[in-house]
Design a binder for this molecule. Structure first.
Ligand SMILES: Nc1nc2c(c(=O)[nH]1)N[C@H]1C(S)=C(S)[C@@H](COP(=O)(O)O)O[C@H]1N2
Ligand SMILES: [Mo]
Length: 412
């Protein structure tokens, strides 16, 4: 069966194929026509989707747990302070391109079709999937734009898209069937190259153009390697907002790969493209190729379990806590500064991280009265570490730099 090529090789190859105009599904010509149309009208960009007045997200979004941006809601980090390893579903971030659909699990079907199958389309009901061997995996889902607002507030750079702080990430225990099991049942052929799941949520319309259902391809090697078709999150059926009845979980890849409300999976013997790996989710900007640099993997980040601008008590020991995570591998160590980056101390790990999805840590601190800047810098087992500055790209993806976190210590 096809080997699991590394993402860099896959991305380089797809960029060349895209530039050569050999794109199935969404051609470079369509892309250029759209870009020209958009130049005369509304700006292109994921933020352009209008938020539905009826409320695009179904679950409650209490202000102590979430900051809401239209059809997106980020978790407020203090909500994790007294929690265990997993993010409870009531505070897990939501990112909808349009709105959460309500899907009847009884009539839902998954269609698998395309030139990468030996025969015709295959259909699966939820009961069919539940009868197949199941697996559980603890994995993070993180939006590629998590941390985007710091390009502006910390680096003074203009970016478009939802102004996330650091709460567009969550770790959960997912249960479902391996995508490889379903693809083999559907008659996967040895000629299959790409696999593209699409969602059943409303089509994404931006700049007056209907871009169709949210969908994004991956190489067959990744699809067979570690991808799950999940129907449970933290031991319960998925909530509507998180993809009920079935979503993909694509470990280590940017959140948009983990298609929610999956209804169709196209398997192709040709490279596939969609707006979500061409006009969005590419790195554009000075120093990147004109057509954008494709990418799939997340980077490395850290967050304090504290609000930005939080108030703490001066003169007493404050237990700082936080989490760090890297798509490159488990975290090896985390260094924390409480004085704007002059002196650094190593944080102590809170329990092991068997799943490797993220690492909890803490550090005691005795603040003096006044304003302080907290910083946390993680390093993973492969030596990936957080830089002082994230590499600029106009859509504001992959912010990996150390974030400056202001707090005020006041006398009791
Ligand atoms: N069908 C569909 N799948 C989707 C999306 C969407 O809008 N529609 N959003 C994607 C993006 S950009 C992210 S970051 C994750 C968010 O998953 P969550 O809402 O469960 O946290 O879902 C992804 N899957
Ligand atoms: Mo995302």
């Amino acid at each position: 069966m096809t080997e699991h090529v590394d993402e860099a090789t896959y991305d380089r190859l797809r960029l060349r194929q895209w530039q050569a105009g050999t794109a199935q599904g969404f051609s470079r010509r369509t892309f250029l026509a759209l870009a020209a149309a958009a130049a005369g009208g509304a700006a292109l960009g994921p933020q352009a989707a209008s938020a539905d007045a009826a409320g695009p997200i179904v679950k409650p979004l209490p202000p102590d747990l979430f900051t809401v941006f239209g059809s997106n809601a980020e978790m407020r980090w203090p909500a994790m302070r007294d929690q265990g390893y997993l993010v409870p579903v009531d505070r897990f971030f939501v990112r909808d391109h349009t709105s959460t659909p309500i899907i009847d699990a009884g009539t839902w079907r998954l269609t698998v079709d395309g030139t990468g199958l030996r025969g015709g389309p295959a259909e699966f009901s939820l009961a069919d999937l539940r009868r197949l061997p199941h697996e559980t995996a603890i994995a993070a889902v993180e939006c590629a734009g998590n941390g985007r607002s710091f390009f502006t507030t910390q680096q003074g750079q203009a970016v478009t898209g939802t102004a996330w702080r650091l709460g567009a990430v969550g770790v959960a225990r997912w249960r479902g069937v391996r995508l490889s099991t379903v693809l083999h049942r559907a008659g996967l052929s040895g000629r299959a190259v790409d696999v593209m799941p699409s969602g059943l949520d409303p089509n994404y319309v931006t700049g007056g153009v209907d871009l169709g259902p949210v969908r994004r391809p991956m190489p067959v090697g990744k699809a067979l390697h570690d991808v799950l078709l999940a129907y449970e999150m933290n031991g319960e059926p998925l909530l509507p907002d998180h993809g009920h009845p079935v979503r993909l979980i694509v470990p280590h890849w940017i959140g948009v790969s983990s298609i929610k409300w999956v209804g169709r999976i196209e398997v192709s013997d040709q490279p596939l493209f969609s707006p979500w790996n061409t006009q969005f989710y590419r790195l554009f900007g000075p120093g990147y190729p004109i057509d954008g640099q494709p990418f799939d993997r997340q980077v490395i980040k850290s967050a304090f379990e504290l609000d930005f601008g939080a108030t703490v008590e001066a003169g007493r020991t404050v237990r700082l806590s936080g989490r760090s995570w890297s798509a490159g591998g488990p975290i090896r160590h985390v260094d924390v500064s409480t004085d704007g980056g002059q002196r650094w101390r190593r944080a102590r790990f809170v329990s092991a991280s068997p799943a490797g999805a993220w690492q909890r840590w803490e550090l005691d601190w005795q603040p003096t009265e006044g304003e302080h800047q907290l910083l946390a810098r993680a390093t993973d087992v492969h030596g990936n570490t957080q830089p002082d500055n994230a590499r600029y790209n106009t859509l504001g993806y992959l912010f990996d730099a150390v974030v400056r976190h202001p707090v005020t210590a006041v006398a009791a």
